[in-house]
Design a protein around this ligand. Structure first.
Ligand SMILES: O=C(O)CCC(=O)C(=O)O
Ligand SMILES: [Mn+2]
Length: 215
């Protein structure tokens, strides 16, 4: 059992990981249950699906979206779009508890006034991973990325401006939030292969909410 007893004892703390990048330990602990309930509501409308990369690979991470725009990938490329390709209708609205957490975390990391219009929801099961990449499909690079972890712990890789730069390895636990913007906005990052485990809140799974100002 990964440590939910201990999660309750964790103390929120802010750690600088680079100029413009902050690790907010346990920041979302007190609203994790509400976030997961809202996530369930969203994904009942826009179910998780494993998307295809432009090169034709199926991603190991399953994804959904909420907000005005959703991030998608298929053989036509990476992009944001207003409608869910599966249903042809708009993505579910961004729940207030999502929006509020993202704004508070951004402010805590020095980016006040953040109003995300997109939230990519990632679901990892053991064995899933996300290779090093930059978040660069957004139109305004002055806006930060706010990334929330829920459930099983994961090793987050936070690299440099070039793919070949050595990455720092960070063990993100449920309730941790990482915010990067300003000089760190285009840093490469990814998630190492998720290890087996079971979490009291999510079972055999990790969720990540990635908030962006897409358009
Ligand atoms: O799952 C994570 O912690 C990172 C996700 C991510 O980088 C992305 O969705 O672009
Ligand atoms: Mn990313």
């Amino acid at each position: 059992m990964s440590g939910d007893l201990f999660a309750a004892l964790r103390v929120p703390a802010s750690e600088s990981i680079a100029d413009g990048a902050t690790w907010l330990h346990a920041f979302a602990d007190d609203c994790a249950a509400a976030l997961l309930q809202a996530l369930e509501d969203v994904t009942a409308q826009a179910p998780f699906r494993q998307m295809q990369t432009p090169g034709g690979y199926t991603m190991s991470v399953a994804m959904s979206n909420c907000g005005e725009f959703g991030w998608v990938t298929d053989r036509r490329g990476y992009r944001y779009q207003r409608e869910d390709s599966l249903s042809g209708v708009a993505w579910p609205a961004m729940p207030e508890v999502f929006r509020d957490l993202a704004a508070r975390a951004a402010t805590a990391a020095g980016f006040s006034g953040f109003r995300p219009d997109a939230c990519l929801i990632n679901r990892y099961i053991p064995g899933a991973r996300m290779s090093l990449h930059q978040d660069k499909n957004e139109s305004d690079m002055h806006q930060p990325i706010v990334s929330v972890s829920l459930g099983l712990p994961a090793t987050f890789l936070f690299g440099g401006a070039a793919r070949s730069d050595k990455a720092v390895r960070m063990c993100l636990e449920s309730g941790d939030v990482v915010v990067w913007g300003g000089p760190a906005r285009l840093r490469f990052h990814g998630v190492d292969t998720l290890a087996e485990g079971a979490h009291a809140l999510t079972g055999r799974c990790r969720y990540n909410l990635t908030f962006r100002k897409a358009c």
